[in-house]
Design a protein around this ligand. Structure first.
Ligand SMILES: Cc1ncc(COP(=O)(O)O)c(C=O)c1O
Length: 491
């Protein structure tokens, strides 16, 4: 009989610890037995004690036949998958594996522009050719919304030879597309629907949340278990349903991408997070929803904050909303989200999940108490008062106001892989006009690639990047993150 309460990996670790096994094996800290290590003092020796490796009694992530296999099977049951794979290199590695197992060099994959950069890495690694389409967009908040079924239909009509479609569900801000309709459209072409569900691992546990990707008909989904559930950072899951995914190829790809020195701390945290949700999932999501609802209602009473919510339902690309994420638009206060993020951190020791020019984003889970919510409310109220008393902080606002937060898609002159492998040369941003980019440049936030390897620099791209640079936005993915120079392909 299957017992969902079981935590096989944690049980194996406990047994190894209880046996007081003498360790003539890796890792070198021997269960935290070497003195003068600040990490051991800070993290606690128990964490080091549990940091074992693939010794008998444990298992092999690359060929699971024992406790890892058992824990993965339990996770498949919990998350409604035919098969689940534990990921120790983040959701990134699951997304890369999906792209690499669906596409050979030159194969087309349909992807929205607001993909996480790990999907672009998968495209580079596989040699696939991305067919980008724009997600729907909200100009009030300056954020991408979901994908409409019509966008997928149109894209597939133009590219019926695509080998896969990959969708972000939900978006960072919690917006869920009509995945059920999208799945039906995609399956008419007999290709897989791959879903980046990094921000939705809690979906299956409460009726007020959107359907899980697999319930909606997806062939594969990647969960950021560490993002919304309680595994350690970097511990994620990949779920498969049906026969459209070549599992042999997928497993071979995971072997390429994942470390052979599997961290049992990460695996144990996945085992624990899964069992916790089996036993208390609905209750925890209910708590998160209640905290979020309280915050949403209170924040609406404060002049200046705009709370993204159900009024967006029914818009193209907005089928449902995960209310545990709270996106606060703050343009009415005439300050940037980046300024607000810093102010809250410095004055109230509150750290938001993400800030961009127009918004603050909060993630609420059962780990947030009522006292957290009260502190946040107090901080946000005081911030409004502070701005009123110090109008000089709004002086730079006019610069921020005119920004197009989402540039259009530039021409793809060569595949991202060809560009990545091409001969790069470094130029100043201004000189890059007309050249093909050798790298991806992503502004963080909002984490959307502005230019990808293989795309040509246009005046609009250069202008956008220059403005972001002036605003002090962080750049990621590129070699020179100060953006004094960019890498282009020598033609
Ligand atoms: C939508 C989305 N997908 C994938 C990832 C990658 O996840 P990980 O950091 O677990 O590799 C992220 C990370 O923030 C993300 O936001």
């Amino acid at each position: 009989m299957i017992t969902l309460q079981k935590t096989p990996i944690i049980a194996a670790l406990k047994k190894y610890a209880d046996d007081r096994t003498i360790r003539f094996h890796m890792p070198g800290h021997k269960g935290g037995q070497i003195p003068h290590n600040e990490a051991i003092s800070f993290l606690g020796s128990q964490a080091f004690f549990a940091d074992v490796t693939n010794v008998p009694g444990m298992d092999d992530l690359h060929q699971p036949h024992g406790v890892i296999g058992e824990a993965q099977n339990l996770a498949a049951l919990t998350f409604g998958a035919d098969q689940t794979y534990f990921l120790i290199n983040g959701s990134s590695c699951g997304l890369q594996a999906l792209v690499m197992s669906a596409c050979n060099p030159g194969d087309k994959i349909l992807v929205p522009r607001n993909i996480h950069r790990s999907i672009l890495s998968g495209i580079i690694l596989s040699g696939a050719v991305p067919v980008f389409f724009l997600p729907e967009y909200d100009s009030d908040y300056g954020i991408p919304l979901g994908t409409s079924p019509e966008a997928i239909e149109n894209c597939l009509q133009t590219h019926p030879d695509a080998r896969a479609v990959l969708i972000v569900y939900p978006t960072y801000q919690g917006i869920a597309s009509d995945l059920e309709t999208i799945a039906k459209i995609v399956h008419q072409y007999d290709i897989p629907l791959l879903v980046d569900e990094a921000h939705g691992p809690h979906f299956g546990f409460h009726e007020d949340l959107p359907k899980t990707a697999l319930e909606a008909g997806a062939d594969a989904s990647v969960h950021g278990t560490h993002k919304m559930l309680s595994s350690f950072t970097q511990a994620s899951m990949l779920h498969i349903k049906g026969n459209r995914i070549n599992r042999q190829r997928l497993e071979a790809t995971l072997k390429i991408l994942q470390s052979t020195s599997t961290s049992y701390l990460l695996l144990a945290s996945l085992d624990g997070a899964r069992a916790q949700m089996d036993n208390h999932g609905r209750e925890f999501v209910q708590q998160a929803l209640e905290t979020s609802l309280f915050l949403r209602n209170e924040l609406k009473k404060i002049n200046g904050y705009q709370i993204l919510g159900e009024e967006l339902l029914g818009r193209a690309g907005v089928f449902n909303i995960d209310q545990t994420k709270i996106n606060i638009g703050i343009t009415n206060l005439q300050i940037s989200g980046l300024w607000a993020e810093q102010w809250l951190r410095q004055n109230h020791h509150i750290q938001v999940e993400m800030a961009d020019i127009f918004n603050l984003l909060l993630l609420v889970t059962a780990g947030n108490s009522q006292s957290d919510a009260n502190s946040l409310l107090q901080g946000l109220k005081e911030m409004c008062n502070y701005i009123e008393l110090h109008p000089e902080v709004t002086e730079s606002y006019s610069t921020i106001k005119g920004i197009n937060p989402f540039p259009y898609i530039p021409e793809l002159a060569m595949s991202p892989r060809e560009a990545f492998l091409g001969s790069p040369s470094s130029l100043s941003l201004g000189q890059a006009l007309g050249h093909i980019s050798a790298e991806v440049i992503t502004c963080y936030p909002p984490g959307i690639p502005v230019i990808c390897p293989g795309e040509r620099f246009t005046p609009e791209i250069i202008q956008y990047l220059s403005v972001m640079k002036e605003l002090g936005i962080h750049f990621q993915g590129c070699y020179d993150t100060s953006l004094e120079t960019v890498l282009i392909i020598k033609e």
